[in-house]
Write a protein that binds this ligand. Structure first.
Ligand code: V0V
Ligand code: CO
Length: 141
């Protein structure tokens, strides 16, 4: 069902500072930036590799407010890994298949994600404490 790891999301207090750190340390390049009001984040994607079905990235996330998911995470746990995102060919199909196994879906329908993707989240308590995101990458043409 999973094709690949699409991205690892990292919660940051200062996006520009962490872009600088990750670019310098791992020699990665920012390929996209976006403010996603619905998810309450300002984010940047740093490209790692290309593969079948899409690329893989580090996603740096700065919260837009203290009561957003990433804002609450920072207050509770501090900076660090926030979620793991798996690339799937069809996000609605993956949601249905995983939902049938009793894992709680945090989204009833796919939402808008980075770089034109469609995304949905799974409850971390049902996935061994790992906040999990499903990503259907935008069609390339
Ligand atoms: C919270 N918990 C986590 C967690 N966030 N566990 C692992 N990883 C995380 N990131 C734990 C928390 O410690 C609590 O456990 C429990 O889950 C409930 O958390 P809470 O603080 O009481 O509740 P909330 O209101 O913070 O909600 C947590 C959830 C929320 C996961 C439900 O953050 C959510 O809906 N997230 C999905 C949307 C999201 O994260 N968007 C930002 C990324 P204890 O303490 O009770 O044991 S946007 C993105 O990735 C985009 C746009 C993209 O990829 O394109
Ligand atoms: Co993400």
């Amino acid at each position: 069902m999973f094709m690949r790891i699409d991205h690892i999301g990292i919660a940051c207090r200062d996006l520009e500072e962490k872009i600088e750190l990750f670019s310098r340390t791992f020699e990665l390049t920012v390929v996209a930036r976006e403010v996603n009001e619905e998810q309450g984040v300002k984010e940047a994607m740093l490209h790692i590799a290309d593969g079948e079905g899409g690329g893989s990235y580090i996603q740096l996330l700065e919260p837009l407010s203290d009561d957003s998911p990433v804002g609450k995470f920072l207050a509770k746990r501090g900076e660090g890994v926030h979620h793991v995102a798996f690339g799937v060919p069809d996000v609605e199909e993956a949601m249905a298949t995983i939902g049938e196994k009793g894992v709680r879906l945090l989204d009833e329908r796919p939402r808008h994600g980075s770089m034109g993707s469609q995304i949905a989240f799974l409850h971390p308590k049902d996935v061994g404490g790992m906040l999990t995101e499903l990503v259907q990458a935008a069609k390339q043409d």
